[in-house]
Design a protein around this ligand. Structure first.
Ligand SMILES: C[S@@+](CC[C@H](N)C(=O)[O-])C[C@H]1O[C@@H](n2cnc3c(N)ncnc32)[C@H](O)[C@@H]1O
Length: 208
């Protein structure tokens, strides 16, 4: 859901999944189809233009083995409604994977840049926004993400950091030591204190 140009859909199709991408943007879906063709998995990826509010019109409820909502909850009007739609699309026992912008990292990056008023806004705004011009509708912390998924009746199995080191590593180090960075990233992802400073939070939950 909100699969955009296929950053996740195409690798999943290459790994053997049959993927349906529902997205409201025709341009993103056109890019997805190009990307899937170029990767040789065009026949395993179906692009459907649709809104998360009407997901049940695009995907038979209870039919998906895995539902991804990556980069979605921070851009939709109604995060609770979106999680309910992701849950409804999942088959009983299926997994729902959510990746969302982290609030604490957004506070710290603004502090480091000396943008204290924005940092204060992200910290205190109920949705973690820096102000009316913020491109994102919300940012979440670990407990907030867990509560959102719990509220939809999902059983949360993992909440971890994604991109824990993003934003904190000097670019020269990141570019020069990819293997070392990946190893450190994997170690840091599951550490609760570091999870909260990750650029994104990842949750894996299951429909009972
Ligand atoms: C930040 S992109 C994430 C793309 C992809 N999931 C990824 O992780 O690379 C968000 C996507 O959600 C789509 N989107 C935003 N609001 C939506 C809505 N209400 N219904 C369906 N798709 C939506 C956008 O068109 C965009 O492709």
């Amino acid at each position: 859901m909100g699969g955009g140009s296929g950053a996740w859909a195409v690798p999943l199709a290459a790994a053997g999944c049959t993927v349906t991408v529902v997205d409201s943007s025709p341009n993103a879906l056109a890019a997805l189809q190009r990307r899937a063709r170029e990767a040789g998995v065009g026949e395993h990826v179906t692009a459907v233009q649709g809104d998360v509010d009407a997901l049940a019109e695009c995907i038979e409820p209870g039919s998906a083995d895995l539902v991804l909502g990556h980069g979605l909850l921070e851009v939709v009007d109604d995060a609770h409604g979106a999680v309910a739609a992701l849950t409804a699309a999942a088959a009983p026992g299926a997994a729902v994977s959510v990746l969302v912008a982290g609030r604490t990292a957004a506070v710290l990056t603004r502090v480091l840049a000396g943008r204290l008023a924005e940092a204060r806004a992200v910290l205190t705004d109920p949705d973690g926004r820096s102000g009316p011009d913020d491109k994102l509708r919300r940012r979440l912390d670990g407990p907030g993400l867990r509560a959102l998924l719990d509220g939809a009746g999902l059983v949360v199995e993992v909440v971890q950091g994604d991109g824990v080191l993003d934003g904190w590593l000097p670019g020269s180090v990141r570019d020069g030591g990819a293997a070392e960075v990946a190893e450190l990233e994997a170690l840091a992802a599951g550490v609760p204190a570091l999870r909260e400073v990750a650029a994104r939070l990842h949750a894996l939950a299951r429909r009972p």
